[in-house]
Every structure is written in C-alpha cells, then in structure tokens.
Design a binder for this molecule. Structure first.
Ligand code: SAH
Length: 344
C-alpha cells in the first residue's frame, strides 16, 4: 500500500529493526521523503546521522523494547508519530489469487499479502494495472518479458524460489484462483521441494465471476443444480463430449475460444440439443467487456470474432440472464410510463 501523502523533501525518521522496517522505508521513500533510520533505540551501525527535527517519526511495531523514551520526547515536542506495521518474516512465498481483474474482487488476504511483498511476480490475467497502488514491492511481469517471450513455467518457479531464499517476501499473483487452471499446485510443490515456506490465498475464479458479470448465475433453482468447469486449452475427447452432454447441468469453459468449433461440433455429435443456450463473455470486469449469446447450433458463427480472455457458458442458465435483463428493462419501461402519466 502506498502512502497517499506527498512528503517530497520532508525529513522522516523511521524507527524499527531493519527487517521489520524495510517496507515502511520503501513507502516513505516512494512518497518522496528523505528517510533517516534508527534501527535500535540506541542507534546501530549503518543508521547514519539523525535529522535535527524530523517532520515525522514513523514508528514500526518491531516488538523491540526501549522505544518509549524517544516516542515520549516526540510527543512532548510536538513531532507527529505515525504507527507502522512490521513487515512479515522474510523468505517466504505467497500464491495469491487476484480475481478476474477488478480491484473490488481482490480478497482482504490478497491486499494484505501485496502490502507485505518485497517482490511481486504477476502475469497478464492478474489485476496488474492497479498493482503500484497496492504494494511497494518490486513488480516483475512474468507473463511477458521485454522481448515478448513468456517466461517458462519452470523458470518462474526457479525465480520465486531463488528470490525467497535470498530473504525476500515473494507474492506470486495470478488471475482468478491459483488452483483453477493456474498451475498453483506446481508452484507450491516447487517451493516445498526447495524448503521455502509457502501459502496460498484463494481468489475469486473467473469460472463463476465472469458469467456473473454478464448476469448469468452458474446454478439456478429448477434450472441447473450443477456446474462443471472445463479447460478448452486442448480439444476434448469424444468420451468427454458424451459425458458433458449426459450431465445436463451448466458447463463453463475456460481458455475455450480457440477450440470452440471443435467443442460445438463434439457436443452436437454427442446429442446435445442444438437449441441449448450458449454465451461467450469476453474481458469480464474490464474495459470492453462483451457478452455474445446464441445457441449451440449458431454459436460458432455468432462468436467468430470473439477473443481471449473469455468464458463460455453452456446451458439454460444463460436464459436466466436474458430473462432478468428483460425484467430490468421492462421495469425501466414501467418507470418511464409512470413518470409520463404523472407529468400528464
Ligand atoms: N485461474 C484462473 C483461470 C486461468 S485460465 C481463474 O480461476 O479464473 C485463463 C482463462 O481464464 C482465460 O482463458 C479465460 O477463459 C478465463 N479468464 C480469466 N480472467 C478472465 C476475464 N477477466 N474475462 C474473461 N475470461 C477470463
């Protein structure tokens, strides 16, 4: 989290142990302050000179005894004190689900892990545009490198492990939930193998939230009582087409734009009704969000210009969204009618 105050050129004394204060120091530097350090109540080597009268004392809650006399002097002489939380224990990895791309759908846990990060490895599906406001950690895009090459999965794992072993708090920020087609399990295994402490913070998956952005509930009473989430990364087998058709609930497909023609043909061959409602929701929660609704028999033509990232929804729940939208529009019509009657 960045400070929202401009401290350009102001002397700020940050008190607290080097490890606990490392993030507070970055925050004050980012706000433009001239940062001075006192890492123990009596000063330590490397702390440098102290300002005559700082504009502000940032007191990091580092658990050390002995700060009270200094704080008392500040209070008596009118130097403001800002309380700062200590940075977490260094040297661990947190896999964070970033949700579908809207700040509102980040969890409280995600926000606090980002605040505590020294380094953030993120990719394009994570809510990366807002990152600078959420962390003072170094931001590293592993989705694309300057040469536009993706960093290989094994290299990402190595980077995370090496950075944590070098004593940094690493956040690996992923789109949606880390355990839904996110390779989170592999990244956890790499940390465990290297002896690096690791934890996972679940995120809001696009499988549920992106249909919701288009008004589609993945389950609905008396319409669908199950939903299956499928990867469309590679075409499905005939057996899988048959299974999905036989299930009868809602089918949600991620990474499915490239294989949409094969999927539609396969489900039709397996006997799914060509009038089954389908929707493609592109860029959920982002500028340019768009929903294309059609039926199994017409979706390939209707969605010909759809691009990733997009979520496909197959099943009668798509009609619930249509019905709700018509309802909302009908209510608006009634409101307009009532208003014009009142005016008359
Ligand atoms: N772990 C992620 C999924 C990663 S696979 C999650 O839980 O959401 C990547 C796929 O997710 C994309 O191809 C697309 O199908 C879907 N996706 C992620 N974010 C999306 C968004 N904002 N809008 C539409 N689809 C999205």
């Amino acid at each position: 989290m960045q400070l929202t105050i401009d401290l350009t050129g102001r002397d700020v004394l940050v008190i607290g142990s080097a490890s606990a204060a490392r993030q507070a120091i970055r925050r004050y530097e980012a706000a433009g302050a001239v940062v001075y350090r006192l890492s123990t109540p009596n000063g330590a080597e490397g702390d440098g000179p102290l300002p005559e009268r700082p504009f502000l004392v940032a007191a990091v809650d580092d658990g050390q005894p002995g700060w009270e006399p200094l704080l008392e002097r500040c209070r008596n002489t009118g130097i403001p004190i800002a309380s700062e939380p200590a940075a977490g224990e260094p040297g661990h990895v947190t896999l964070v689900g970033g949700g579908p791309g809207s700040l509102e759908l980040l969890t409280v846990g995600a926000v606090s892990a980002l605040r505590d990060a020294d380094v953030v490895f993120y990719d394009r599906l994570a809510p990366y545009q807002e990152l600078a406001a959420l962390t003072t950690g170094e931001l590293i895009d592993v989705g694309k490198r300057p040469g536009h090459h993706k960093v290989a999965q094994r290299d990402i794992e190595q980077l995370m492990v090496d950075t944590a072993l070098a004593g940094k708090n690493v956040v690996r920020l992923k789109g949606g939930d880390p355990y839904v087609f996110g390779r989170g399990g592999e990244e956890v295994a790499a940390c465990v193998e290297a002896g690096v402490p690791v934890r996972v913070i679940s995120g809001v998956t696009s499988a549920i939230s992106v249909p919701a952005a288009a008004g589609i509930p993945v389950t609905h009473r008396e319409v669908s009582h199950m939903f299956t989430v499928v990867s469309g990364h590679a075409p499905l087998t005939e057996k899988e087409h048959l299974h999905l058709t036989g299930l009868g609930g809602t089918i949600v497909v991620l990474m499915g734009i490239g294989t949409l023609p094969q999927l539609a043909a396969g489900l039709s061959r397996a006997g799914m009704d060509p009038a089954t409602p389908m929707a493609v929701v592109e860029r959920g929660y982002r500028p340019g969000q768009r929903t294309t609704m059609a039926e199994l028999g017409t979706i390939v033509t209707a969605a010909a210009d759809c691009t990733n990232p997009a979520v496909l929804v197959i099943g009668d729940v798509v009609r619930v969204a249509e019905a709700n939208r018509n309802q909302v529009e009908a209510t608006a019509d009634l409101d307009r009618l009532a208003a014009s009657l009142l005016e008359a």
